[in-house]
Design a protein. Structure first.
Length: 242
């Protein structure tokens, strides 16, 4: 049964309210900008709330949330941060990707790259590449949206998204949904078993001339469809352009 407070208000927050809170707070924790968040009723507290109102709710990462609940961070600090969220000040959100001590597998929709040092290279630039250092693996990647704006970059396992190019962002389980426009399918990324980076859906414009799209089954490059493509044990996986 859904938990309710003393006024009969369920804990479930409607999606339209969540979306309003995400956009207002810059899609990340208002204290540290980490994008994996909880929705926190600030004033009034959930126990005293009669309804879910966006102006009374904010975003806190689980770590900051625990500090607020434990009294290490006061409600006054939270209220002050709501006026100037961390992600809005920096213009970006980000977090760390954790890999096991094995070479990460990269899956771009229907294209699978195993033990490839540079899975994707386009127009003379490494779009995705993997480095090894002291038996650890580090992934670097650059991803664009359908208008050619860089939406997401990963620098040595730390991913960073520019909030200026995002219409909405949310985390569902181990999936990251990055949406550039209303009514437009999101770029969907997930990390599985700390060994695979899977880009399930994307629509990218490269070099203002090459349309690169994909879903769970196929990759389309300027109208040419590639399905269930697998490349392994190589330096370069896919080379696009010159």
């Amino acid at each position: 049964m859904t938990e309710k407070n003393q006024h009969g208000l369920p804990r479930y927050i409607p999606e339209d309210i969540k979306k309003a809170v995400r956009k207002r707070d810059g899609f990340g924790c208002i204290l540290c900008a980490v994008p994996i968040v909880d929705y926190e009723h600030v004033d009034p507290l959930f126990t005293d709330a009669h309804e879910h109102k966006a102006e009374c709710i904010t975003l806190l990462c689980p770590n900051c949330h625990r500090k607020v609940t434990g009294g290490q961070i006061s409600k006054d600090i939270v209220k002050a941060a709501m006026l100037s969220p961390a992600a809005k000040k920096t213009g970006q959100i980000g977090d760390q990707i954790y890999f096991c001590d094995v070479h990460p597998e990269i899956i771009f929709a229907g294209a699978r790259f195993t033990n490839c040092q540079i899975p994707i290279r386009a127009f003379g630039e490494d779009i995705v590449f993997i480095e090894q250092e002291d038996e650890k693996f580090f992934l670097t990647a650059k991803l664009w949206d359908s208008c050619g704006n860089q939406t997401l970059q990963i620098k040595r396992n730390q991913w960073i998204a520019s909030t200026d190019n995002i219409w909405d962002f949310k985390v569902i389980g181990n999936r990251f949904h990055i949406q550039e426009k209303e009514q437009k399918p999101a770029m969907i990324i997930r990390v599985e078993n700390n060994s695979s980076l899977i880009i399930e859906r994307f629509d990218m414009l490269l070099n203002n001339s090459m349309r690169f799209t994909g879903d769970q089954d196929k990759v389309t490059l300027n109208g040419t469809v590639y399905q269930t493509m697998s490349i392994s044990d190589c330096v370069y996986g896919m080379i696009l352009g010159f």
